[in-house]
Design a protein around this ligand. Structure first.
Ligand SMILES: NC(=O)c1ccc[n+]([C@@H]2O[C@H](COP(=O)([O-])OP(=O)(O)OC[C@H]3O[C@@H](n4cnc5c(N)ncnc54)[C@H](OP(=O)(O)O)[C@@H]3O)[C@@H](O)[C@H]2O)c1
Length: 269
């Protein structure tokens, strides 16, 4: 698909990968709606989008995606602002960083993560599909390698991203060529997502990959938009990410051991 002059909605556009996606869509000359809860951060990203290219347009739509009504209203307001919709980027998400047994309230954590990462994605898609059918548009979902492989300390997060894959892989098969779907699976990306988990009580006990093993948010966004332009079904980033599905088939225990080691779990138990 062509991204110049595209009418796009990006969720989670106030920070990290979503902010970079919005700015790079601006560089293509797209018209972009920016959605998240923190208005002041959205305003700053909108300014970057407008500066990216004279033809780029940015609308700020503050929203909490944790209710179905808010998701529906966000799509309606975006379609109204843009005069239609060609690209829906489902990127907003929250994570966790703790062993399951260490979470103070495991079920509440699992439900909160599912609400933002999975149910909001479903609600946005339900409301957007008639508009995307009309434009023969595309949905880009920012999932994770954790949507296709396990990772210790991310139990509920992995479940939410696996749900995303089951839903969108099946929906793609239903829709055929009517609306395209790209599932993007980044590995570790340097964004505030882990600080947010800590601040919101979803754990901070796990060690993390060193900074030099994390991709920048700008590079991640560039790869995602390249995959959207090439109309790819799925994008797996990093060599380890491409290898892990095969390793799972051949020697599943190896992934468990490597990820336990990388996250320092064996040193702690
Ligand atoms: N960073 C990584 O290592 C990594 C790896 C693989 C996949 N991902 C995925 O990439 C996506 C973006 O994450 P990120 O790393 O860029 O994290 P981030 O910097 O923390 O950004 C998360 C975004 O989601 C928004 N958001 C969260 N809850 C929301 C809610 N209830 N309503 C509206 N917006 C909400 C946040 O905005 P407000 O707080 O302003 O609402 C923020 O803009 C997520 O789906 C994540 O799972 C990240």
């Amino acid at each position: 698909m062509k991204l110049d002059d595209t009418r796009a909605l990006v969720t989670g556009a106030s920070s990290g990968i979503g902010a970079e996606l919005a700015v790079q869509l601006g560089e293509y000359g797209a018209r972009v709606c920016l959605a998240a809860r923190r208005r002041e951060l959205l305003d700053a990203v909108a300014e970057r989008v407008r500066r990216a290219k004279p033809s780029a347009v940015a609308h700020v739509l503050p929203v909490d995606l944790d209710t179905e009504a808010a998701c529906r209203e966000l799509i309606d307001r975006s379609v109204e602002a843009l005069g239609g919709l060609d690209l829906l980027v489902i990127n907003a998400g929250i994570s966790m960083n703790a062993r399951f047994e260490e979470l103070p309230d495991p079920l509440a954590t699992a439900r909160a993560i599912m609400e933002t990462n999975y149910f909001a994605a479903v609600a946005l898609t339900a409301q957007a599909l008639p508009h995307l059918r009309r434009s023969r548009g595309r949905i880009v979902v920012v999932s994770s390698l954790v949507g296709v492989a396990p990772l210790p300390t991310r139990t509920a997060y992995a479940a939410s991203k696996h749900a995303v894959h089951g839903f969108f892989d099946s929906l793609r098969a239903e829709l055929g060529a009517a609306v395209g779907i790209t599932l993007a699976c980044p590995g570790a990306v340097a964004t505030p997502i882990r600080e947010v988990s800590k601040a919101q009580g979803r754990g901070a006990t796990a060690a993390e990959l060193p900074d030099d093993e994390q991709m920048s948010a700008a590079e991640c966004a560039r790869l995602i938009l390249d995959a959207a332009r090439a109309e790819k079904r799925e994008l797996r980033m990093t060599a380890a990410g491409k290898l892990s599905p095969w390793m799972r088939l051949i020697a599943p225990g190896v992934i468990d051991r490597v990820t336990r080691y990388k996250l320092g779990l064996d040193r702690r138990s």
